[in-house]
Design a protein around this ligand. Sequence first.
Ligand SMILES: [Ca+2]
Length: 509
Amino acid sequence: MKAWKYLRFTTVTIGLILTASADQRPNIIVIMCDDMGYSDLGCYGSEIQTPNLDKLAANGLRYSQMYNTSKCNTSRSSLLTGRYVIGKTSDTNYDAGPLISEILQNAGYRTLWSGKNHSRVRPPERGFDRFYGFQGGACNFWNPGEKLQDGGKLPHIKAYEWMVNDKWHKTFIPEDPNYFMTDAITDNAISWLNEYEKEDKPFFLYLAYNAPHWPLHAPEKDIAKYKGVYDAGYQKIRTARYKRMIEKGIIETETATLFPEQIKSWERLSEKERKLEAQRMEIHAAMVDNMDQNIGRVINTLQKQGELENTLILFFSDNGASHERDKRAFKNYQPTGNEKMGSVLSYECIGRDWARVVNTPLAKHKATSHEGGICTPMVAYWPKGMTNTGGWNHEPVHLVDIMSTVLDLSHQKYPIKFNGKQTKPLQGTSLVPTFSQKALAQRKFTMGFDFANSKAVRKGKWKLVSYKKGPWELYDMSKDRTETLNLAKQNPELVETLKKEFYQWIANL
Ligand SMILES: [Ca+2]
C-alpha cells in the first residue's frame, strides 16, 4: 500500500488546492443497466417510453458505437478498472490497478455505488464511501432473499450477500412488502445525494441497475402501459424499430441492412404461445420504462439541488440483449403454473427471439463478439461542459474510455504504482473531446474482445470476429454495420494481420 499511500498524499494536496478556489470539477454519474437491447430506448428507435433518457439525449450526445465486453462481470470490471477484460481476467483485473472510485476518492470526490456488483470486490474496501446492493449477478426484483417473508419458497438464482444500511447481510429479505429493486437502488442513491447536499465537494455516483436482466419482474402499473403493444409479434416490432432508427440517424439503410436473423415466425406460434411471448416482452418494456422513471427521480433531485448543470451523466448497458432461458431458479422450487407473470413467484426471460428483436438491427446477442453482444446505446449529458448536443457520435468507443474520461475531468493522473507494484499503462482514451465535436486522441491500445471463445478485434473500419471458435469473419464496418457480408476470403492478408493483432492484444492485457 505504501506507494499508493504516497500518491494518495500528492493527489489530496492537488484536491485541496482545487477546493480552495471553488471546485469546478463536475459531479459524475455513471448509470450501467443490465442486458438491455441496442434499440430499447425511445431515443434509439424503441416503442418503449423512456422520456427521461430521451431528454438527456436531446440535450446531450448519443453514441452509435459504444462497446462493452458482451457480459455482466467482465463489463463491470472493465468499467471500474479502465482495462480490457476477458472472461479469464474478470476478477484478477481488480488487483492490477486502482479503481475509478479510488482515484476519485483520493481526488476529493464523495464516492457512491448503488446496485449490482457481480464480483468478489467489497466496494467499501475499494474507494467507495457508501455501497448499497448485492455481490451477485441476478436477483428476484421483488425479494432478493432465499425465501418469502412468511417463509414460503421463492424462485431465485442464489441468495447473494447484500450491503444494506452500511452493513453486510448473508441474505436480504426486505421487510417492505412493496419492495422493488430498481426503486430501492434509486432510493438509496437519492438519500445519499440529500445527505451530502451541503458538502463542498463533487460526487461520483455509480448507479448499477439490474434491470432489465431476467427474471422479468415489473410493477403492474408499468406493465399495463404495454398491454397489447407486442401482440403484433417479433417481425413487425423489429421492422418498426429499424425504420425509426433510420429516421433518427443512428444508422443508414445503405450501410446497415437489417441483419437476417433466424427469428421464429409469429404466425406459426399457437395462440397460447403468442400470448405468453407478448406478455414477456410487455414486462421487459415495463422494466426499461420503470428504470427510466427512476432515472427521472435522480434528475429531479439534482435539479432541486442546483447540481444538474455541472453533472456529467453517462448511461449505457453492460452487454447486449440476453438470449438466455435460465432454469437455475427452479432447483428447489416447483411452480404451479398459475404464478402471475411479472410477480414475485414468477420467473421468466425474454429468450432468443425477442433478444434478436430488441437488438435491432445488429447481429447476435449477449456473450458474443458480434455487434448485438458488444454494442450498447450510450447517452452523455453535461450542460456546463458540452457544446456538441442533440446529435450523434459515430466513432467506436469502449468502456475502457470511461476511466480516461474521469481522470481527465477530475484532473488526475493514473498512478505508476499500485500496492507496491508497477501498473500497466492505461488502455482507453478520454471521451471529453467528443463533448465539443473534437476528434478523439489516437488509440495506443488495440480494441479487442474475447468472451467464451467469441473473439473480435476492431481496427478503424475493419472488424475481425469469430463466434464460439468458428472461422474468422471480416467486415467493413463503414459499409456493413450489421455484419452481413463476410469479406475474409477476398482479403486473406488483412485477416492474418488482424489475427496477429488480436493475439498481441491478448498477450499484452
Ligand atoms: Ca448483463
